[in-house]
Each structure stands twice: as structure tokens, then as C-alpha cells.
Design a binder for this molecule. Structure first.
Ligand code: HEC
Ligand code: HEC
Length: 315
């Protein structure tokens, strides 16, 4: 009579004991591992993949959680964006670089590396960018600016970060020179009213036709496009939607892709890409196909920024 009652009890006890023992061993193991000095804490060695993944995932969740409820002011005010540019150049560019500008010595040798924000900003909402700028990131070289920059200044930087994805290296240099010469003003009006070709691409671009045209015009003899070809004269166009610049010069938006394909020499006289007499409508079709390659995230964010996304204050 007693036995059947005792067995499950013992089993639960044993299970709990084994669990506890396992946890203890694992914890001790972890401690020994850390104490042993086997884990390489050196900043010049990347974390190994699992540790990196766990840190990254934890970091993202934490930022998402902490930045909830931050109210975003109107970031489209041009003077705010301009002020943000000046602040960015002074406080962030040394580590993160900028379009066409490498990070300075201080930004090298930091691990993880400070990523180029003209690309990394796409992964974060306005309130998340504000939170990161204010608090910095633990266990990395990203400092918090909450104590030395006012709230308005930090929002100005976020306003600029939202625009930096639309700045070509040439624009950035122009603004930098204008600032150094003390002639800011209208030289900064890069938030243009045109829509960068997004609407036209949606309305008229035909990706099936575009793929055929890439064959007909021989684009694929020079360019590798994962699904179509393996040319090596030009840069690979695989993942084209994710590429930030065209020929290192123009921001990769539909209007610039069309302009480049129809007349590359206009932008770079000595480029090895020939003028192939592609008509704008055909270039639009080719662009429609090229933008199906790679993750659409970057373009989606850009499109929203360009549209002003007036119905929501955050993206
Ligand atoms: C001393 C160097 C340094 C300075 C100065 C600096 N950062 Fe960073 N920043 C970093 C590093 C290193 C990382 C990478 C952290 C990581 O991956 O955990 C980073 C990451 C970030 C990220 C997250 C990017 C991502 O998606 O991984 C943002 C946003 C950012 N910084 C914004 C700024 C802004 C805005 C400024 C100026 C106000 C600034 N940083 C100044 C070093 C710096
Ligand atoms: C003779 C070889 C050649 C042909 C043909 C050619 N390209 Fe190119 N393409 C290049 C080279 C080289 C570059 C790099 C340009 C530079 O940076 O100067 C380039 C750059 C590009 C870029 C910008 C990519 C980037 O990452 O910077 C796009 C887009 C592009 N080509 C599309 C096309 C399309 C579409 C066609 C067909 C209509 C085409 N190309 C035909 C050689 C070629």
C-alpha cells in the first residue's frame, strides 16, 4: 500500500535533486570557465558566435523594452535636422564614420565595431535611437550622451540619423564644407520634396519584364546576380535592395538606380560600366527586378522616411 505512494514522491524528489545538481554543475562549470581564463575577454578578438548571438538578441530585446513609451517630437523640422548634423559630426562621426568618411583612429579596434549608422539606423525606431543615444550600450564602446547633451540635442541627432540614409557621400561633404565655412542655411535642404522614385517604381515597374531586359541588354555578362548569372566585370547585384550606395556615389533609391542605368557616365566619367542606351521605362523595370533581390527592410524604411509617414510619428 505504501510503495505506490512513495515511488512518485521519490521520483519527484530525485528529479528535483538531479535538476538542482545539474544547475549547480552548470553554474560551477560556468564559473570555472570564467575563472579559468579560457574565455577571451580581449576586445580585439570577436566574440564567438553563440555568445555574440545571445548578447545581440538580449541587447535588442532590452532596447525594445526600455524605449517603450518614449514620446517622439516632430523630427521634420529642418533646423532640428541641421543641428543634428553638426552634433553628429562632432560626437558620433569619430567612431561611426559618415557617408564617404571613415571612422577615426578611436573608432577602430573597438569590439564590437561601431557600425555605419547610415545602415544600422534602419533597424531602429526613433524612440529606440533616442534611447541608445541617451544611454549607450553596456559591454561595448558605445557611450551614453544623456549627461552631456540636452534632450533637444539628442532628438536633433535622431532627426539627423533618420535622414542620413538619404545622404550621398557628396552631400555629406558639401554640408561639412558649408558648416566649416559658417554658411549653413539653405545648403542643408536635402530633405527634398520629390519622392525618390518610389511611387513610380510601384506604379509602373514590372520585375518580370525587368529580368528579361537584364538578359537582353547583356547586364548579366558583367554582373553576378545570384539567380541569373556570374559576371565579374561589375560589382555583384545579388542583395541589391540592401546596398546603400550605387557606385559608391549615389544613395540607392529607385530614382538613382534608374538614372545610373540610363547614363552611368553622367555620374562617373571614367566608369567601366558602358552607356547602353537603356530607356528610363526599361530601367524602371530593371530596378523593379533588382529590388526583389535581398531583404526589403532597408527600402521599406527609406520609403516611409521619404513619404514623411505623416500618419504615425514613429517607424
Ligand atoms: C567611442 C566610440 C563611439 C562613439 C563616440 C559613438 N558610438 Fe555609437 N556605437 C559604438 C559602438 C562600439 C557600437 C556597437 C555596440 C554594439 O554592437 O553592441 C555603437 C552602436 C551604436 C548604435 C547601435 C547600432 C546597431 O544597430 O548596432 C547606435 C544607434 C549608435 N551607436 C549611435 C550613436 C550616436 C547617435 C552617437 C553620437 C551621439 C554615437 N553612437 C557615438 C561606439 C561609439
Ligand atoms: C561592361 C560591363 C557592364 C555592363 C554590360 C553593365 N554593367 Fe553595370 N556596372 C559595371 C561596373 C564596372 C560597375 C561599377 C561602376 C563603378 O563603380 O564605377 C557597374 C555598376 C552597376 C550598378 C551599381 C552597383 C553598385 O553596387 O555600385 C548597377 C545597379 C548596374 N551596374 C546595373 C547594370 C545594368 C542594369 C546593366 C544592363 C543595362 C549593366 N549594369 C550593365 C559594369 C557593367
Amino acid at each position: 500500500m505504501i510503495r505506490p505512494a512513495r515511488v512518485p514522491k521519490l521520483t519527484i524528489k530525485t528529479t528535483l535533486f538531479i535538476l538542482a545538481a545539474c544547475l549547480a554543475v552548470e553554474g560551477l562549470g560556468g564559473l570555472f570557465f570564467m575563472a579559468s581564463g579560457l574565455y577571451n575577454i580581449a576586445a580585439d578578438e570577436p566574440h564567438f558566435t553563440l555568445a555574440r548571438w545571445m548578447l545581440q538578441a538580449g541587447r535588442t530585446r532590452s532596447i525594445q523594452f526600455r524605449s517603450r513609451g518614449i514620446k517622439v517630437p516632430n523630427l521634420r523640422d529642418p533646423s532640428l535636422v541641421r543641428n543634428g548634423f553638426v552634433l553628429y559630426r562632432k560626437n558620433c562621426q569619430p567612431c561611426h564614420g559618415a557617408p564617404g568618411v571613415a571612422e577615426q583612429q578611436i573608432g577602430r579596434g573597438i569590439n564590437p565595431k561601431p557600425p555605419p549608422l547610415e545602415i544600422a539606423s534602419n533597424h531602429w525606431t526613433n524612440s529606440q535611437l533616442f534611447w541608445i543615444t541617451s544611454h549607450g550600450l553596456k559591454m561595448s564602446g558605445m557611450p551614453g550622451f544623456g549627461s552631456h547633451l540636452s534632450e533637444t540635442d539628442r532628438w536633433a541627432i535622431v532627426a539627423f540619423l533618420r535622414r542620413i540614409v538619404l545622404l550621398s557621400p557628396a552631400d555629406y561633404e558639401r554640408f561639412s564644407n558649408a558648416t566649416d565655412l559658417g554658411i549653413g542655411g539653405q545648403n542643408f535642404s536635402w530633405v527634398s520634396n520629390e519622392d525618390y522614385g518610389f511611387a513610380q517604381l510601384k506604379a509602373q515597374g514590372n520585375s518580370d519584364r525587368g529580368r528579361d531586359l537584364l538578359h537582353q541588354y547583356g547586364c548579366i555578362t558583367c554582373h553576378t546576380i545570384a539567380a541569373l548569372s556570374s559576371g565579374n566585370t561589375g560589382p555583384p547585384l545579388t542583395d541589391y535592395a540592401e546596398r546603400q550606395y550605387i557606385a559608391g556615389l549615389l544613395v540607392n533609391v529607385p530614382a538613382n538606380t534608374v538614372a545610373w542605368i540610363t547614363n552611368p557616365k553622367r555620374f562617373k566619367a571614367d566608369t567601366a560600366m558602358p552607356n547602353l542606351n537603356v530607356q528610363p521605362a526599361q530601367a524602371l523595370d530593371m530596378a523593379a527586378y533588382l529590388y526583389t533581390l535581398g531583404s526589403p527592410r532597408r527600402l521599406t524604411v527609406l520609403e516611409r522616411i521619404v513619404a514623411g509617414h505623416r500618419s504615425r510619428s514613429d517607424y
